[in-house]
Ligand binder design. Sequence first.
Ligand SMILES: [Zn+2]
Ligand SMILES: [Zn+2]
Length: 138
Amino acid sequence: MKNTYKTKAREEIISYLKNHPEQRLTAREIYEAVCDGEKTVDRTTIYRNLDRLCENGGLMRFKEPNQESWYYQYSSDHEHCDRHMHAQCSVCGKVFHLDRPFVDAFAEGMIKEYGLDISPADTVILGKCSECKGIKRS
Ligand SMILES: [Zn+2]
Ligand SMILES: [Zn+2]
C-alpha cells in the first residue's frame, strides 16, 4: 500500500502526456494538470517521475533558446530518448528523433576530431522543418 500514492502520480503524468503528445509542456503545466486543483501531489514527486520518464520512456526534455526552464515533450513512438540526439524546428516546435546511423557516425566523429563526447539527452539541433520552409510569409 505504501507505493499507491506514488504510482498514481506516475500514472496520471503518463496519461496526461499521452493526451498531449508532441506538445511542449513545462513541468509546471504537468504539475498543475496532475494536481487538478488539489494539493495532493508534491512537486518533488512530479519532477522525480519526469526524470525517470526521460531515462526510460519516450519523454524528452530540452531548453528553449534564451529560456531558463526545461520543456518536456512526449513521443509515444519513441523510447530511449536519452540515448539519441534530437533536432527541433525553431518555428513550429516539431521534434525529430535522431536515431539513425549517420547521427552515431557524427557523434563518433566529434569524439575523434574534437575530443567532445556529446551528451545525447542534452543535445538539440535547431533548424527549420520542410513544412515551415514551405510557408510563404505575406
Ligand atoms: Zn527521442
Ligand atoms: Zn516547423
